[in-house]
Write a new protein. Structure first.
Length: 276
């Protein structure tokens, strides 16, 4: 059996980022062969991932990025089990590198992103490597992208919430300020859709039923219940759809009115908000 030296262990640790004892044990199992030891560590990571598949990974990091030309944006959420890992700068840098790759490759889906190369390993393989290194369940939980004439991103302090938002025009005065303000709106007010047409039919049905039931309990005439419920539904749209929400910087106008104040044709094409 090959003699395992401290320099061997240190070399493997530098290559993989794994712990000292993990590296020593892997080298022992691989009879001192560095490449085989790396495979041992990777297999360990896969076993750890399987063993922890039922663990709750409610913590993590969310990073949003846009392309250099401002026409493509992506937001990535990578989960971890503990807040300790989520606040580690190395882990934050790792998630940031994934978001950078998502934008660079213009990945169109989470599956496409998992297959992207990151320093010689696919992102899916890199996630498994992190499991072996950190010892927690680490996975790509959510990924969204937008391609539009003007795309803006916002990351809230602590990397626990991020947004991306696309505008249908880029040649508008103070467009960067508008992009920032609307992203802040999305982050703060958590709209569920762009406008009423984007609200899921099941949600609309539920809101109407709730409105009618509330009116009935208030003793309103049966013939007026649906009309009252529709009024409540319109209020729901104003509170929960982005373009109809009161603009946080000036609640006397809606977000749609704020946009049209800058350009009569300006509107939001799409947005996503990811949060822990």
């Amino acid at each position: 059996m090959a003699k395992i030296t401290a320099s061997d262990v240190n070399a493997l640790r530098k290559k993989t980022g794994a712990g000292m004892m993990d590296c020593k044990n892997a080298l022992t199992e691989a009879d001192g062969n560095q490449e085989k030891a790396i495979e041992v560590l990777r297999k360990k990571g896969q076993k750890v991932a399987a063993k922890r598949a039922d663990r709750d990974a409610a913590e993590g990091v969310i990073i949003a990025k846009i392309s250099s030309d401002g026409t493509f944006g992506a937001v990535v959420r990578i989960s971890s089990e503990t807040d300790f890992v989520a606040k580690n700068q190395d882990f934050i840098d790792f998630v940031t590198s994934i978001a950078d790759k998502a934008v660079e490759e213009k990945a169109e889906s989470a599956d496409a992103l998992r297959a992207v190369d990151l320093n010689g390993r696919t992102i899916e393989e890199s996630l498994l490597d992190q499991v072996g290194k950190i010892g927690e369940k680490i996975e790509l939980v959510d990924y969204k992208m937008i391609s539009s004439p003007a795309v803006y991103a916002y990351i809230h302090q602590g990397n626990r919430l991020a947004t991306i938002m696309g505008l249908n025009k880029a040649d508008v005065t103070d467009i960067a300020t508008i992009g920032k303000e609307v992203n802040m709106q999305i982050a703060a007010m958590a709209p569920i859709a762009l406008d009423k047409d984007g609200v899921d039919a099941s949600i609309v049905k539920t809101e109407i039923e709730i409105g009618m039931d509330q009116a009935r309990q208030e003793g309103k005439p049966e013939a007026l219940l649906e009309k009252i419920a529709m009024g409540k539904l319109n209020k729901f749209y104003k509170e929960n759809t982005l373009l109809n929400q009161a603009f946080v910087r000036n609640n006397k106008q809606t977000v749609a009115q704020y946009l049209k104040e800058a350009d009569k044709d300006l509107t939001v094409s799409e947005f996503y908000r990811l949060a822990l």
